[in-house]
Design a protein around this ligand. Structure first.
Ligand code: HEC
Length: 121
């Protein structure tokens, strides 16, 4: 019997509210850094990329149209609505390349080039 679950259940659906989107976005921080700012050259920054780009690349991974060992598997766990919300969220953050203080080994320009946008498709 699961009577207690239905009766008095405080379940609320807050689709589109900003809090759940932030919670979703926090799961990306482990790899992409706080606020989508990458901490190293092997990981692209995602904060501040265009909303259309973010949404399209995630939907392409989900459908299998585009391959990524990591993102392809991960993004299948997200609904199209969640992907759209994530794209909106990250597009509103400022763009910061993986190294914001230029050194000979690492310039902000290189950081930007780390975006898959600039790689041949
Ligand atoms: C386990 C580590 C990991 C997590 C967690 C992760 N990503 Fe990624 N992400 C990657 C890797 C690695 C790449 C580079 C793509 C590749 O090599 O296939 C990438 C690439 C991307 C790109 C493309 C960036 C570009 O410059 O083109 C986007 C957009 C993206 N991830 C969004 C997200 C979002 C949104 C989340 C959270 C829902 C997330 N990622 C969580 C590892 C991760």
């Amino acid at each position: 019997m699961h009577k207690g679950f239905v009766a008095g259940s405080g379940l609320r659906f807050t689709v589109g509210a900003s809090r759940p989107t932030e919670n979703l976005a926090n799961t990306c921080n482990n790899c992409h850094g706080m606020n989508g700012v990458s901490v190293g050259p092997s990981m692209p920054s995602i904060g501040g990329l265009s909303e259309a780009y973010l949404k399209n690349i995630m939907l392409q991974w989900k459908s299998g149209e585009r391959y990524s060992a990591t993102m392809g598997r991960l993004i299948k766990g997200y609904s199209d609505e969640q992907i759209a919300a994530l794209a909106t969220h990250f597009s509103k953050l400022p763009w910061t390349p993986w190294c914001s203080r230029p050194t000979p080994a690492c310039s902000p320009r290189q950081g930007r080039q780390r975006s898959l946008r600039d790689l041949p498709r």
